[in-house]
Design a protein around this ligand. Sequence first.
Ligand code: GAR
Length: 202
Amino acid sequence: MLAVAVFVSGRGSNLRVILDSPALKNLIQVKAVVGDKLYCPAFDIAKNFSIPVYNVGKKEGFISFDDLEIILKDFKVDLIVLAGFLKLIPANFVRAFHNKMINIHPALLPSYGGPGMYGSNIHRAVFESSAQVSGASVHFVDETYDTGRIIAQKCVDISGVQSPEEIAERVLSIEHQLLPYVIEKIALGKVFVENNRIRVET
Ligand code: GAR
């Protein structure tokens, strides 16, 4: 069983898909859910599955990333999944989980990434560019926003859309396929880092 921690900041639809995935049921165990807020709807999903929730950051009563590292290492966490987690992860923490932390991004990286490119901002930028295709990317996390090596991507036709919201909807349904796919590949030992490139065995 791959021990997993999922980091969230919002509604938690990707968390729910991970927890509901039949393919992941016997492969992974979600040991902890971590958020940078006092409350977000994703915490309710964690609580329904009896998964402990931790609040990380500098706010009063929150734990530091250093303490979180100790907790996740106690849980022997093999993989951290950033599923809509919007805070930049400190460099020390990234180094502690080198090639063990992945992020889902709702666009085709390396376009539409970087600081400020999250949630609806991304879909608005894609809409305004008049791009005909968008999609989702899952990548390893490095010290800067959205620049880590890409593990897998899936695209979606957006040629007929009328609004950024419509793009968001199409991309989200792609995310819900891509993220469990990548986690499954990692759990099965089918993701390799070779010569600074990623290879996924099919
Ligand atoms: C998802 O679309 C995810 O790709 C995005 O936040 C949303 C979270 O939705 N992440 C980013 O924008 C990170 N740059 P969810 O809480 O329903 O899973």
